[in-house]
Design a protein around this ligand. Structure first.
Ligand code: EPZ
Length: 421
């Protein structure tokens, strides 16, 4: 397994191109299952999770043609008749469960392995199941697989989520596009990836209203057509690289960055003493003074502070002036980066879903272990601020969600290199 070695202390200067959103692409790709016509996606990020989704869709009979190293994909489900998503692929990536809604909508049946838990939490699918059952599907769990069937097709229904689940909203939206009648999703997720999926489905011929608000209405149609759609900018990659100059000093312009994708994250940056300036090409970011200010952070559904930026923010607050309290309200076990940061000299106390970070003057480089995608990148960022050398192991987590992180940070002056295993 490759490692990434970072030497701290070099201020950053230059531009970083932000890629298309992993979490948008992982919903847009299964949308191709809804139509006999081809779906072309542009600005698709070149990531291992995208390759995993490609493998899954091909196992279902989807023809995937990739251009520009996967940045442009044409997906055709014209001859896709397979309806079983195999455990071997699903266990690698939870987002594989997003084939459930489209398979049920198009083929009226699906057998999808439960993804199983992951490092950050149990990741149940009860909201997906209850929503699809409300639309007339019968779903039972057998041998770790959800066996779903909708004789005569799905019917429109009104569903309400107790938590604005991104995946459950996406599965329900896609299922509803071909259901008979109208589906209303209440307490729907409002993330930019939801808006992006709705815009793509609409360009395929779906009748959708309200995306980006808590209530989404979908009027089912008989069939969907062809479309070409550009994947929205990755707000989590954007937020991650916006933090880089806060750790290392200097100034970075994130090309393609948009303030409207960031919700509460950008307010927290301002409170922490970070200047964010909109430019014609994106967002320019620099630390206002020599040291950031402590801020309290609570993760929430969009437009609240994103859970996927919590680890990166915690790492930054390790050397802020004062004490910060972080509350993780979305997942039950998403502080695994904390003990690794403590090994670098951070002063963090974790009690359940609350982490208290007492700012220290400087972190010290150390060999650290990545545990999940966002924890990995938070350790790399910490290495930018640390004295000496930090070695981040198990970077396969990183490659799931960040294209060539060492190249992007290296291009703006970071002393960083990938060391093959
Ligand atoms: C999506 O996961 C993202 N993944 C996650 O990003 C992100 O952290 C998460 O949304 C929250 O924003 C993709 O889009 C591929 P949820 P998802 O359903 O859809 C509970 C990353 O690092 N819940 O919004 O699985 C669940 O346990 C990844 O890129 C149920 O209880 O998240 C969690 O506590 C990590 N029952 C909360 O809802 C359900 O049926 C939010 O989960 C579904 C979810």
């Amino acid at each position: 397994m490759d490692s990434i070695v970072v030497k701290g202390g070099t201020p950053l200067k230059g531009q970083i191109q932000i890629a298309g959103a992993k979490n948008a692409a992982l919903a847009l790709m299964p949308a191709a299952l809804l139509s006999e016509e081809p779906l072309t996606l542009t600005n698709t990020p070149r990531l291992s999770d995208i390759r995993t989704m490609t493998e899954l869709l091909q196992s279902l009979g989807v023809e995937v043609t990739a251009l520009k190293g996967g940045n442009v994909q044409t997906l055709s489900a014209h001859d896709a008749t397979e309806t079983t998503a195999d455990y071997d692929i699903v266990r690698k990536m939870r987002a594989s469960n997003l084939v459930l809604g489209p398979l049920l909508a198009r083929h009226h049946k699906a057998v999808v392995s439960l993804p199983g838990g992951c490092a950050i939490g149990a990741r149940p699918m009860d909201l997906h199941v209850t929503a699809l059952e409300a639309m007339g599907a019968t779903i039972e769990l057998k041998d770790g697989y959800l066996h779903a069937e909708a004789k005569g097709g799905l019917k429109g229904a009104e569903v309400e989520f107790w938590i604005a689940s991104v995946g459950a909203t996406e599965n329900t939206m896609m299922a509803a596009t071909l259901a008979k009648g109208t589906t209303v999703i209440k307490n729907a997720a409002r993330e930019p990836e939801i808006v992006d999926l709705a815009q793509c489905l609409r360009s395929m011929g779906a009748q959708i209203d309200g995306e980006g608000t808590s209530t989404i209405t979908i009027d089912g149609v008989d069939r969907l057509g062809a479309a070409t759609h550009r994947v929205v900018t990755d707000r989590i990659e954007l937020g991650t690289y916006m933090l880089a100059p806060v750790f290392a000093g200097g100034e970075v312009e994130c090309l393609g960055g948009r303030i409207d994708l960031l919700g509460a994250f950008v307010e927290k940056l301002h409170a922490a003493g970070v200047d964010v300036t909109e430019t014609p090409n994106g967002l320019k970011v620099a630390r206002r003074n020599g040291r950031a200010n402590a801020v309290d952070v609570t993760t929430e559904v969009f437009p609240g502070f994103p859970t996927d930026l919590q680890a990166q923010m915690m790492a930054m607050l390790c050397t802020a002036e004062g004490t910060s309290v972080l509350e993780e309200k979305i997942f039950e076990n998403r502080f695994m980066h904390a003990p690794e940061l403590v090994r670098m000299g951070a002063d963090i106390e974790v009690h359940g879903g609350t982490a208290t970070v007492h700012g220290v003057d400087r972190l010290k480089g150390a060999p650290v272990m990545a545990t999940d995608l966002r924890a990995s990148v938070s350790l790399i960022l910490a290495g930018l601020a640390a004295e000496g050398e930090t070695v981040v192991n198990r970077v396969y987590h990183l490659d799931r969600g960040y294209e060539h992180v060492e190249e992007k940070l290296g291009a703006v002056g970071a002393q960083i290199e990938r060391v093959p295993a």
